[in-house]
Design a protein around this ligand. Sequence first.
Ligand code: SAH
Length: 249
Amino acid sequence: MNTVTLIGAGPGDPDLLTLQAVKALRRATVALVDDLVHPGVLRYLRRSARIIPVGKRGGCASTPQAFIHKLMVSEAQRGETVVRLKGGDPFVFGRGGEECDALREAGLRVNVVSGLTAGIAGPAALGIPVTDRRHAPGVALVTGHAKEGGHGPDWAALARSGLTLVVYMGVSRADGVVQALLDGGLHPDTAAAVVSAAHTPQQRAVRCTLGRLCQVIDEEGLASPAVLVIGGVAALGEAMAALPVALSA
Ligand code: SAH
């Protein structure tokens, strides 16, 4: 039975790849690659490997997920050693679960290589420890972008939870997220931070309060990919860590 490997490529800097990821990349003959994967990661592929970009910019806007499933299955069934490279961790907002199901339904074996997720490694780039027990009993990783026709997170319940909130895909919808959290009872002075393009040379970050978050995002022109961090931990860490980073690889 052929195996397809889902690989988490981490948030940016190729030095954040796991050794398992590098070993799987070296074996691959075909790589399906998402937009958010840092190009430097591809250097671990053999020169003969075929690289297929399948992100939103890859030209499959109508039914991207079904198209990706078909492509992975057909390449694996032809005997290729297929890797599917995803930004961050494949199982954190990466549709990795859906892809595993589709592959298994087609009779293929799936191997999953975890990666550093942006919602933990991004704040960490600023020195923010998302579960610092002096501030929060845990962290909720949530999406700011509800599935079409579906329900988003229960912001009022999250506002009451006392958890650190890390919002993925939330920067363009920050107005709605912030308003829902304030309506849910979070104080406007609650600490907040935004980090965009974490662990890349374009990394930018701000820290402020929940009440000022949207204004600061606008003023600083912070855009996707970015995570919002809301809760006391967002004030921790070093201010200097917000400076752009040079890739170590
Ligand atoms: N599987 C990925 C998340 C995919 S959803 C992971 O585990 O990280 C895409 C969202 O991830 C973006 O909208 C953004 O919220 C976040 N993201 C991905 N890479 C990022 C980066 N380098 N810096 C900040 N946020 C990032």
